[in-house]
Design a protein around this ligand. Structure first.
Ligand SMILES: CC(C)(COP(=O)(O)OP(=O)(O)OC[C@H]1O[C@@H](n2cnc3c(N)ncnc32)[C@H](O)[C@@H]1OP(=O)(O)O)[C@@H](O)C(=O)NCCC(=O)NCCS
Length: 402
């Protein structure tokens, strides 16, 4: 049976500077609850039929611990009978949550499900679950040593010949496209506003964008991961004789995804439900794939993952009207564009995580809602969303506007 996205919203992403964002006073459960409240207002009949919920979140400790999905659902006042699970597939979490919900409704296990994601990177810092990249498992670590993502990004740039200028140029365009979209209020209809205690919105548009970004400014930024690379090289973890043996041009704060807070929620239902309820959905989920790749090089999975999902749809990259390729680091979309020979004018047409920020567990579902919004506004049909995932995984979905 087909599965459909009935509707979706996301909070404007709040940039985290020196550990703080405008959302820092807001509990991450409440970021999700703001999205649920907006969906309830937009789709009251479908919303009240929700049976289950899945929310992605990466650092599931402290304020994001205790099954954040269940507590968010309770906090938003949904019926107690709605089950809720927190999903962690690192940066793929928000899309994996939607894909799980989609599979459940497509199988007929459920009729209506909520999905989405959240990350308050200001309240719960990246990596604050304390497990490094491998959960501190010495047995696994003897077999392979996983390194932080920035190091893998620098390795891919070096080994595949992407220059610093090309990385910076991509980032400049990300900021320019995001600034142009913000100027037009492109995502106004997709936003769920997070409000303070007197009901005033804390943010009305993504605030990580730097419209004044220039090639000159970007070129002056220092490598963000070089010191860590030197440390790991001295310790013999990377360098000559290892999988990761060369680095640079280096990623910087200007061409890496920004640290941000945010959340998203999507309402998913199956064909039987939408026919009986006579609901017009916004998009059909055609296929989705999650796939492992080299756990050390780590970030180069999207090409194979997209190739597989397109093959399963009987499509080629040329059939995709619009792409959302997560800008974890500039080299990730650049490599995917090059490998799949994608027309870059169809990629991230409103900017991406370099300009807008990457609230880890939320981004997958934010990108999905952004893609649906863009397909509608640009009057296009087919879209593909993909993200690289730490630990050597990736995730993709192909959707069709209804
Ligand atoms: C790269 C990273 C370490 C930088 O963090 P940071 O140093 O806190 O970043 P900041 O926003 O403070 O920016 C650092 C500097 O770059 C400057 N800068 C950032 N973007 C810029 C731009 N577009 N143009 C000009 N300068 C810019 C800032 O103004 C700041 O300058 P300052 O130190 O003089 O104030 C962080 O963004 C990061 O880790 N990103 C990747 C996250 C990640 O791994 N996610 C998972 C992906 S798989």
């Amino acid at each position: 049976m087909n599965s459909y996205v009935i509707d979706g919203v996301f909070t404007p992403r709040a940039s985290v500077k020196k550990g703080v964002s405008v959302y820092t006073p807001i509990h991450p459960q409440q970021l999700v609850a703001s999205c649920l409240q907006a969906l309830r207002e937009r789709q009251p009949e479908v919303f009240q039929k929700t049976e289950t919920a899945f929310f992605g979140c990466v650092s599931q400790v402290n304020d994001q611990g205790a099954n954040i999905a269940r507590n968010a659902v309770l906090s938003a006042g949904l019926d107690w009978s709605v089950s809720a699970s927190s999903v962690n597939m690192c940066c793929g979490s928000g899309l994996q949550a939607v894909n799980i919900a989609s599979a459940l409704v497509a199988s007929g296990t459920n009729s209506v499900a909520l999905a989405g994601g959240v990350e308050s990177m200001s309240r719960v810092k990246m990596a604050s679950d304390g497990g490094f990249m491998d959960g501190n498992n010495d047995v696994l670590r003897k077999r392979l040593i996983q390194v932080p993502q920035g190091i893998s990004a620098d390795y891919i740039a070096a080994s595949e010949g992407f220059t610093r200028e090309v990385l910076d140029e991509f980032s400049l365009h990300s900021h320019q496209k995001a600034a142009a979209a913000a100027q037009k209020n492109y995502f106004q209809s997709a936003y769920a506003l997070v409000k303070d205690e007197v009901g005033a919105p804390l943010l009305t548009r993504d605030d990580h964008i730097r419209p004044d970004t220039s090639m000159e400014g970007l070129s002056q930024l220092k490598p963000a991961f070089a010191a860590l690379e030197e440390q790991l090289m001295a310790a013999g973890v990377i360098g000559e004789g290892k999988t990761l043996d060369k680095f640079g041009p280096f990623h910087t704060a200007g061409n890496s995804s920004g640290i941000a807070d945010g959340a998203a929620a999507v309402l998913v239902a199956n064909e039987k439900f939408i026919e009986q309820a006579e609901i017009k959905p916004r998009a059909r989920i055609l296929k989705f794939v999650a796939k492992g790749s080299d756990p050390i090089v780590m970030l180069n999975g999207p090409s194979a993952c997209c190739s597989q999902v397109l093959r399963e749809c009987g499509m080629s990259p040329k059939d995709i009207d619009l792409w959302e390729i997560n800008e974890a680091f500039a080299v990730v979309p650049l490599q995917t564009i090059r490998n799949l020979k994608i027309d870059s004018s169809k990629v991230n047409i409103n900017g991406g995580a370099i300009a807008l920020g990457h609230p880890l567990g939320a981004t997958g579902s934010i990108l999905l809602v952004s893609l649906i919004t863009a397909l509608e506004k640009e009057d296009k049909q087919i879209g593909c969303v993909t993200l690289c995932v730490a630990g050597g995984q990736s995730i993709s979905a192909v959707i069709e506007r209804v």
